[in-house]
Write a protein that binds this ligand. Sequence first.
Ligand code: F0G
Length: 439
Amino acid sequence: MPVQTLTPITAAEQMSIVRCASCHATLDDRTARATCPNCGGLLAVEHTLALPRGDTLRARFDERLGVESYRGSAAERSGVWRFRELVLPGARDEEIVSHPEGNTPLVTREAVAGFAGVRDLWLKHEGHNPSASFKDRGMTAALTQAKRIGAVAVACASTGNTSASLAAYAAQAGIPAFVLVPEGRVSTGKLAQTLAYGAHMIRLLGDFDDCLELAREASERLGVYLVNSLNPFRVEGQKTIVLELLQQLGWEAPDWIALPAGNLGNTAAFGKALREAHGLGMIDRVPRLLAVQAAGAAPFAAGFSDDFATRRRVRAETAATAIRIGDPASWDRAVDAIRFSNGYVAAVSDAEIFAAKRVIDSCGVGCEPASAASVAGVRVLAERGIIGAGERVVAVLTGHLLKDPDAALAARVAGGLGSEESLTRDEALAHLGRVLAGS
Ligand code: F0G
């Protein structure tokens, strides 16, 4: 499909460039390419706009939390575009496709801290985004870019959350969306969202890695704009999870930031955010990243154990379907993130993921299975003494409990005081009487 002609932008509006991490070729920031046209390598956005440093920049971002964050345009109310100088400074207001998104809560729960074995544990709940996962932060940037370049259609491969987010933002932008998902491996909530928001969905006989390969090929052949997390603008939006949590902590860096890791787009984004925040003097020390994989889908954790000597891929299997990925696309960028932050990569079993999920769910916070991997990973590292009991840790919960209602029901704490069967009115009263008498 052809890409529409663009109105030229002036030099003053050119505030970012795109550079290939492998062959270092540079592209205009209005490129329609998601990967390098010369060598197929990963692209990264570099902002050339001159910015104030440290205090002044922090004060600018803090000022934007004033009354305009309630009353302004969607972009002014967004927890992504609040940091627009570090996202896509050249985007014009009328090009921004924002719900708005971001502004997600940072919560503490004693039960979760006790379970993880660290006193100062914060949960950054990205399930509070409009389509109920962190993907909305990258998608607002990617669909803004799609609009800037006049894309006639957008596409992605997905384990479910990217497709739901893409469907929502493409609907808002008025651009047709195509998604490829692995047959039988996407949870009900995510399928329902993707279809209801109006995306064209293809259920591929294969796994996520097959879907991504096909999405790359199809976008190359058909000229559809690819918005998987290898798209460099997705990374720019997802950086704001880190910027926002730092802002919520008064710009005091925590000791660790833990996150679930699948295709490694988010790990890459977190590393880039920390590198930039530190480079600009917004934080004076760099938190250590803890990327957590499901043991059945843990090529990156295996790579970490030999200092990433070789790139690994596996046939992935885990009940945490969001991170059931065997050949992560953002491998190189994620290696850089772990090295830069003196980070760690752990693998946790499905049993450990679901144990963490039960605790997170039963204290009224809730999350989808993959998200609980972050807390499960913190527990493992605290047990091994790698994370100190007194260190400050932020664990990112990437998706909402209702993304996967079947998993939530299966994982719930058994033997509660409710009734497992349906009861008549009289039976219900008798049941309540017995429970209260016994309690
Ligand atoms: N947590 C959730 C809830 C996810 O949906 C994903 C990825 C991840 C963590 C891992 O993030 O891939 O950047 O390392 N979901 C993608 C999708 C693959 O298609 O929705 P990652």
